[in-house]
Design a protein around this ligand. Structure first.
Ligand code: UT7
Length: 327
């Protein structure tokens, strides 16, 4: 319909420090061969000690505002998708607001793990369409290095830090958000979680001793669910819009594992060439992964006017989300 949000500008940021597979091999019992063949990841970025999630978000947000040619004072809604907030509270969105020099605007964090950015786009789109806000800044930002157990080889090789952002408005030029699907299944939270530090298991000497403040994952179960649920999220959204996989020109999937993307490509019967992947450079950056990939693909000139894009994500929760974009 004509009443859809437009991405007025995109931006992204990745910390300078590269951590390669070779460097990880010096710290833990792993190999470049294992990591590349099982995941496709070659290196990831690691934020510095004094660089926190709101700083990564700030760099991506400034980039997106410059791209949109929108002054920060025009923003009246700030949504940050993250599972690595600067603090449990106040929100990273409030810290970002302050760093951007904004006043009196609506700010909140949204937590849907790796699906967080697409969830946040859906929520911001709805709020803009309600007429209560005019321009939204939607950010996915993560400092996953702060919750990774660097002694756990089954997880520490997978994740990295980064941020991506979009400026959304109801009128103006840019890719249009044409539809969303968000869903969740909370039956098995322990498949992928940070067990301690919240109300369920407040920090104690015991939780520290058991390393329960770090991310824990059952990789094999998550893998199986990821392929199945991303196919569902993609297919169901296409069905609702009377589209088929052939109608889609580009898929920007959550960047977790190249084998998950290959599995999705097979199950949707869509050629792998339609899937944009940059996970070999960044690993899995959770809520940042889709906007970081989308911004890179756009800068590479991949998206042509009128082409149709599909975002599809999957994450802890379990959550899933998809979105249709008319470029
Ligand atoms: O955003 C969503 C977040 N999560 C994900 O997307 C992750 C989804 N899962 C995965 O990507 C994959 O399950 C992994 C990459 C995590 C693991 O791949 P896998 O093919 O499922 O391997 P596995 O867990 O079945 O482990 C196979 C073997 C094990 O050894 P044994 O028990 O067969 O002797 C592991 O101990 O690989 C071993 N292993 C490693 N070896 C070298 C696990 N991690 C490593 C490592 N280096 N880093």
């Amino acid at each position: 319909d004509s009443f859809a949000s437009v991405m007025l500008g995109l931006g992204s940021y990745a910390p300078e420090l590269r951590l390669t597979n070779e460097e990880l091999c010096q710290r833990i019992d792993t190999s470049d061969e294992w990591i590349v063949s099982r995941t496709g990841i070659r290196e990831r970025r690691i934020a510095s000690a004094d660089e926190t999630t709101s700083d990564l978000a700030l760099s991506a947000a400034r980039d997106a505002l410059a791209d949109a040619e929108v002054a920060s004072e025009e923003i009246d809604l700030v949504v940050v998708a993250t599972i690595t907030p600067d603090m449990a509270f106040p929100s990273t969105a409030c810290r970002l607001q302050h760093k951007l020099g904004l006043r009196n605007v609506c700010c909140f964090d949204l937590e849907a793990a790796c699906s967080g950015f697409v969830y946040a786009l859906d929520v911001a789109d709805g709020l803009l369409r309600s007429g209560r806000y005019r321009k939204a800044l939607v950010v996915g930002a993560e400092k996953l290095s702060s919750i990774i157990d660097w002694e756990d080889r089954s997880t520490c090789v997978l994740f990295g830090d980064g941020a991506g952002a979009v400026v959304l408005g109801l009128d103006g030029e840019g890719p249009r958000l044409e539809g969303f699907l968000c869903g969740a299944d909370g039956a098995n939270p322990s498949l992928l979680c940070q067990p301690a530090g919240g109300a369920d298991k407040p920090a104690s000497e015991e939780t520290l001793r058991h390393r329960e403040h770090f991310l824990k994952m059952n990789g094999r179960e998550i893998f199986k669910n990821a392929v199945r649920v991303m196919e569902y999220a993609g297919r169901t959204l296409l069905d609702r819009h009377g589209l088929t996989p052939e109608d889609i020109d580009h898929v920007i999937p959550h960047q977790a594992n190249a084998r998950i993307v290959e599995g999705l490509s097979q199950r949707l019967s869509m050629p792998i060439e339609k899937f944009y992947c940059n996970l070999e450079k960044y690993g899995n950056t959770s809520a940042a992964s889709i906007p970081l990939a989308m911004d890179e693909a756009r800068q590479a000139g991949l998206f042509k006017p009128d082409e149709l894009g599909l975002l599809v994500a999957f994450g802890a929760g379990l959550t899933w989300a998809s979105a249709l974009i008319r470029f």
